[in-house]
Every structure is written in structure tokens, then in C-alpha cells.
Design a protein around this ligand. Structure first.
Ligand SMILES: [Zn+2]
Length: 331
């Protein structure tokens, strides 16, 4: 057990673990120490010290301290042995995650072999190869995923359980543009947008996870929140790299926790302007919730009937959207 503990601590430092959960030091203390808000208790003045060289923490507010294992134990409220098991699991990608990585890589290769997918992306105002690569966007032409994954030794049952194929062995994402949803580096779900007549949106039957691209967006002081991944794609393309997406207007508790996790953050909510007012209602509800949690919330009004994606398809520019952000209503 002692060897396991030492091995775990070699694989990930306390500081790396804290940074995975968006902990940020406010300033450097003396003797190679970093100081920030304590993730273990509520405080407004930083009293949580991390000594990166010694790989130890101490909080002068709640009086607790120790190594990585002790921190995770307190942070997740787990017994010692379970903490070790949890960390082992977190640091080793699960087979399901490897399967999704291989599936996403396969779909990525298919994208450039199928002009209909590229045409679809262009019709949605999206053409930047850099961002297509960065978001890992792919295409499921249908028909050949099972054979490809069988070559890697994945069983029919595993593919069926994961929801990648149906009981006939056909690709469940057939004729869809694919966005891999990542959390802490691992793919945890796939979103597929139909380019044909099928129901537009599809996710695998597993949690949609946290906010999209939070690993990079989470550190921004101003965040733009949109409904759909094509909204996010055109905004990234237009330079708004601080855009994230909840895939829908209803945020999970984990997604809400991410938004309110950093005091002083401003959130620009840019949901669809729906005829039935659904997007607008959801915006106000969310804005009030954020406000209660001490986060500045602004509601972005787009021209009537538009979502960020259709606005750019209709010819809007970076300057036009910047204008909308500047005029956004502050609650
Ligand atoms: Zn504390």
C-alpha cells in the first residue's frame, strides 16, 4: 500500500491535481509556496498554502494539511483506501474512454473523405481547419465503425453497451457530424449532429459531463455560454475562444458548479432567441441563479429569431457580435 501511495504521488503532483480542478494561486508566498482560496472550506481571503517542492498543503483557515492523498480524501470525503482506488482510476483511462478515443479518431479521418460532411459544416458557417482539428470534429458516414473497432479487439457487446452501434450492428451516429466531449482530458461522450432528415441531436447514453471545452475556457474571467456546439464552433472561429456550451439550456449541477467556481467571473448567456420564448426564459432563470451565487450574469440579445450560429451564417462579423456583448443586459 505504501508503495502504491508513493507511485501515485509520482504520477501526479498535488499542484497538478489542484489545477485540474481549476484551483488558482492568488500570489506566491515565501519559501516556494503558493497561496489561494481553500477548496476545502468557504473563505474570501486566501489562506490555503501549497508547497510545490514538498508536494504538501496547509490551510490556516480550517487548520488542515497534508499530501495529495490527504487532500483528495478531504476534497471528496472518501475513506483512505477508496481515495487510493479513486486516484488510480482517475489517472488510468478506463477502457470505455480508450474506445471513445479510437472512435473519435476514426470519425476524424472520415470527415475529409466525405464531401457531404464538409459541405454541411460550410452551410453552418464553419470552415476553419485549425478549429475543426482542435475540436476534434469528425464525421460518421455509417456502416464501417464496427469492423474498424473489431480490429482493435472491441467486442460487439461493449460497442452495443456504449451505444455506438445498434442491435443490428449499424453505426448509431450514421450521417452525423461528431464532436467529442472531453473532461479532464478524456472523452466522456460524443455529440452527433444529423446532416440528414434524422432527429438533429444525439449523445451516447452516458452523462454529458461538464461544460464543453472547460479545460481551456474555465480559466477565462469572462465566459460566453451558448446552447449548441455549432454556436460554439462559429464563435471560436470568430475569435471568441472563451465560449463554452452546456449542450442545451438546462445545466447539470456539475456544469453550474463550474460556472460559479471562480469568484468575480462574468458569464454572457447567448441562448437562442426562440419564438416560444424558451431560450429567453432559460436565460433569465440561469442568470438569476448565477447572481445568487455571486457571479455577474449578462444576457446577450441577438437579432430576432437568431442563435449565434445563424447570426454568423447570415453574415455577422466579429465586430457585430462584440457589439451584442457590449449591449448585453446585466442582471
Ligand atoms: Zn481550509
Amino acid at each position: 500500500m505504501a508503495r502504491d501511495v508513493e507511485r501515485l504521488k509520482e504520477r501526479m503532483s498535488l499542484l497538478e491535481y489542484l489545477q485540474r480542478y481549476n484551483w488558482k494561486p492568488c500570489r506566491a508566498g515565501s519559501r516556494q509556496e503558493l497561496v489561494g482560496l481553500c477548496p476545502l472550506h468557504h473563505e474570501t481571503r486566501p489562506s490555503f498554502y501549497v508547497n510545490a517542492a514538498k508536494n504538501l498543503f496547509y490551510c490556516h483557515g480550517c487548520g488542515r494539511g497534508g499530501d495529495l492523498i490527504r487532500f483528495v480524501q478531504l476534497f471528496l470525503d472518501l475513506p483512505f483506501r477508496q481515495t487510493i482506488a479513486h486516484l488510480e482510476h482517475e489517472l488510468t483511462p478506463a477502457p470505455a474512454s480508450q474506445l471513445l478515443e479510437q472512435t473519435a479518431a476514426f470519425y476524424q479521418l472520415q470527415l475529409h473523405r466525405h464531401p457531404e460532411a464538409i459541405c454541411y459544416l460550410e452551410s453552418r458557417g464553419f470552415h476553419s481547419h485549425t478549429i475543426i482539428e482542435e475540436l476534434g470534429i469528425g464525421y460518421a458516414p455509417g456502416g464501417n465503425l464496427r469492423r474498424h473497432l473489431a480490429d482493435f479487439g472491441y467486442s460487439f457487446d461493449l460497442l452495443l453497451d456504449t451505444g455506438l452501434i445498434n442491435s443490428q450492428g449499424c453505426d448509431a451516429f450514421c450521417r452525423r457530424v461528431i464532436f467529442p466531449c472531453r473532461q479532464l482530458g478524456h472523452i466522456i461522450n460524443l455529440y452527433g449532429r444529423s446532416i440528414g432528415a434524422a432527429f438533429p441531436h444525439r449523445l451516447l447514453p452516458s452523462p454529458k459531463g461538464g461544460l464543453f471545452a472547460w479545460d481551456s475556457v474555465g480559466s477565462c474571467p469572462n465566459v460566453i455560454l451558448v446552447e449548441g456546439l455549432f454556436d460554439l464552433a462559429v464563435l471560436w472561429q470568430a475569435g471568441f475562444r472563451n465560449t463554452t456550451c452546456a449542450i442545451g439550456t438546462q445545466l447539470t449541477p456539475a456544469q453550474l458548479a463550474q460556472l460559479v467556481g471562480q469568484p468575480g467571473r462574468s458569464v454572457y448567456i447567448a441562448f437562442d432567441q426562440d419564438k416560444n420564448q424558451a431560450g429567453q426564459k432559460a436565460s433569465y432563470q440561469l442568470a438569476r441563479h448565477l447572481l445568487d451565487a455571486g457571479i455577474t450574469a449578462r444576457i446577450v440579445q441577438l437579432p430576432h429569431g437568431h442563435d449565434p450560429n445563424s447570426y454568423f451564417v447570415a453574415g455577422a462579423t466579429t465586430a457585430d457580435f462584440t457589439d451584442c456583448l457590449e449591449r448585453a443586459e446585466r442582471l
